[in-house]
Design a protein around this ligand. Structure first.
Ligand code: PRX
Length: 637
């Protein structure tokens, strides 16, 4: 039986109806074409509330890599699975067929086994965006180890926090990485992290840049040494449907980043279904998702989705602007990319470059464009549509989250409506609702509210690693019976959803999530700082920028030198705690923060000032010291 493919608007409506009326039948049909060692007993079980314990395809056993690789060997052994485009365009690109990828995954899996990794162990990966990262992820899944990829831009402290939270004994890394003009000595970042991680027994290092590294005797081994005596044969481990597949850390409004857990069968079915249908994938597509595998988009749509569907996926090590802002377009022409999936922040940064960088390339291979990670503004949508898609490629604006496993609300390319600044209609299986603050559903169109999801879907977050209560409290308790997204949305007059943005203390910077509390905690590590408050503000390229209000120990600096040293120390603290990606865009040093008499910071006021609002700050009479607001307004950056 072949996979479910929706090809017309009528079929979409019929599928949607069926997915709501009889989800068991709908998802059983979607799951049917996969390789199962044992079929499921129940399609759906568990509940959102109170337990927050959705289960999908319970009783089934499988291995996701058999579905990504082995299943394709009959028909697609010589088809390209991965095309790799390196950071430096002068370096040779690399291609792997499904047969070659299968062999390399099996070899890597055998290296893991040889080094003591067993089913259920957590393996942390901190690697460049190279084929070895994809191979290593699949190798973990092959033997039933739980992969936890950390984007290779996070700091040593951030890595250590994640390794310790996951209680991981194994780390996979490389000697170094090049990202655009930047060079990151990833192995030494890992070394620094591991000083804080007693649980780690083994580090396997892939040679990539050939930079010198320190190898710790008894702990660190080179992959190329280990692989010499292993075979290319590695039977896949039989996994239960609800065994964890991976942990991916993401920020929330409180506390440290949490480890979002996805499991084997539901995630697989969801990744495959959404990938095929949103992008309307055909056998000969050359598909390129620009996200790093360190983020969920790279997991589901850079790796698992395309391989499950037997497609060719392009992995890119570099950045959109290196060596020139024409790089994306050059790569599209070079590899005849047909489906291109990127983030609004990348589009906006390329829009700012002279248009000749786009016009120099034909882009004639493209047929579908995608956007993900943050709202795409109308100007960027039109530029993307006109200059990249040449007016002929449908754009899918895909709304989803690390916790949803895959795309939830989006056009199906060329089938359901694609309107600028609207994610569109929900995919079959997704029942979005808009809620009032008190949790009542808002009926009808042309309405705005908190976005929640009414019924379970196969890719829903199962738990947060090591702390189920946190998942329950964050997602399933705020509005019992619903999954709470943390986003606000508008349903327009035609029933299409427009995502407005986060309604909690999460900032979305270039499509990456940071909790304000997490950044404040980092800033407060600086010796100069007493207290800080962080808010988001509109940023032309990043979508949102980070604006930090900081109180210093010795008051507001009075000399330029003092000011520079204080700011440098604040930035250094954030880079050390989280990484360069969370660096504040603006720092305002203040003598006080607007607090209520009970000591609560009134972020509403700080947000307004950061957004450039100088009047209309709302009621400030409840503030302990209303004069603080005048000072903040006077010193606004
Ligand atoms: O606010 C929404 C925004 O990104 C958040 C999820 O972030 P993360 O888990 O890092 O996953 C990003 C990639 C899936 C959401 O809560 N977001 C994501 N996609 C869109 C979006 N906002 C508007 N439109 C989108 N297409």
């Amino acid at each position: 039986m072949s996979a479910i493919r929706t090809r017309t608007l009528e079929e979409y409506h019929a599928d949607y109806q069926q997915s709501v009326a009889d989800p068991d039948a709908f998802w059983a049909a979607a799951a049917e074409p996969f390789t199962w060692r044992k079929k499921w007993d129940t399609v759906r079980s568990g509940e959102f509330s109170p337990a927050g314990n959705s289960r999908w395809f319970d009783g089934a056993t499988l291995n996701i890599t058999e579905n990504c690789l082995d299943r394709h060997l009959d028909q697609r052994a010589n088809k390209l699975a991965i095309v790799f485009e390196p950071n430096d365009p002068k370096t040779r690109h690399l291609r792997l067929t499904y047969r070659e990828l299968h062999e390399q995954v099996c070899q890597f899996a055998n290296v893991l086994k040889k080094n003591g990794v067993t089913k259920g162990d957590r393996v942390v990966l901190y690697m460049p965006m190279i084929p070895s990262l994809a191979i290593a992820v699949l190798a973990c899944a092959r033997i039933g180890a739980v992969h936890g990829v950390i984007f290779a831009g996070f700091s040593a402290t951030a890595i250590a926090d994640r390794i310790n939270d996951a209680d991981a004994a194994f780390v996979l890394t490389a000697d170094g990485l090049n990202r655009g003009a930047k060079q990151i000595p990833v192995k030494s970042v890992v070394d620094e992290a591991l000083e804080l991680c007693p649980s780690v027994r083994r580090v396997i290092v892939v040679e990539h840049t050939s930079w010198p590294v320190q190898m710790k005797e008894g702990r660190d081994v080179w992959y190329h040494d280990e692989v010499k005596d292993v075979t290319k044969d590695c039977p896949a481990e039989e996994m239960a449907a609800e065994d964890p597949l991976f942990i991916l850390y993401t920020s929330g409004s409180t506390g440290k980043p949490k480890g979002v857990v996805h499991t084997q069968a539901g995630y697989m079915v969801w990744a495959d279904y959404t990938f095929r249908n949103v992008f309307q994938v055909e056998e000969n597509d050359m598909y390129w998702c620009t996200a790093d595998i360190g983020w969920v988009t790279g997991h589901t749509y850079g790796l698992y989705g395309p391989l499950l569907a037997g497609s060719t996926t392009l992995l890119f090590e570099g950045v959109p602007t290196f060596p020139s802002p024409g790089r994306f377009w050059e790569v599209i022409d070079k590899h005849h990319v047909t489906i291109f999936y990127t983030a609004p922040t990348a589009i906006r940064s390329l829009m700012a470059a002279p248009i000749d960088h786009v016009l120099a390339y034909s882009l004639s291979s493209l047929r579908i464009l995608g956007s993900v990670g943050e709202p795409i503004n109308e100007e960027a949508w039109h530029w993307y549509h006109q200059h990249v898609g040449k007016g002929r490629c449908p754009i899918v604006d895909t709304w989803w989250q690390t916790e949803t496993g895959g795309i939830m609300i989006s056009a199906m390319a060329g089938i359901t409506p694609s309107v600028p600044a609207r994610a569109g209609l929900p995919l079959p299986g997704v029942q979005p609702v808009l809620l009032n603050q008190d949790g009542t559903e808002i009926e009808g169109n042309d309405q705005e509210g908190y976005l929640a999801i009414k019924a379970s879907w196969p890719g829903v977050i199962r738990t947060t690693w090591g702390d189920h209560e946190r998942a329950r409290q964050t997602y399933f308790t705020p509005y019992p019976g619903y999954y709470f997204t943390g986003d606000g949305a508008r349903r327009d007059e035609n029933g299409l959803y427009r995502i407005i943005g986060r309604v909690d203390d999460v900032i979305n910077v270039s499509g990456h999530r940071f909790g304000t509390a997490e950044i404040e905690n980092a800033i407060n590590q600086s010796d100069y700082v007493v207290e800080s408050a962080v808010v988001g503000y509109p940023h032309d390229v990043k979508g949102q920028g980070i604006y930090a209000y900081v109180i210093c120990k010795n008051g507001v600096p009075t000399t330029d030198l003092d000011l520079q040293m204080t700011e440098a120390s604040i930035i250094e603290a954030v880079v050390a705690e989280i990484g360069r990606i969370a660096k504040p865009d603006k720092i305002q040093l203040v003598s006080g923060l607007p607090k209520t008499r009970s000591g609560k910071i009134m972020r509403r006021i700080l947000r307004k000032v950061a957004e450039g609002e100088t009047t209309n700050l709302g009621d400030v009479t409840t503030l302990l010291d209303p004069l603080v607001v005048d000072e903040i307004l006077a010193g606004k950056k």
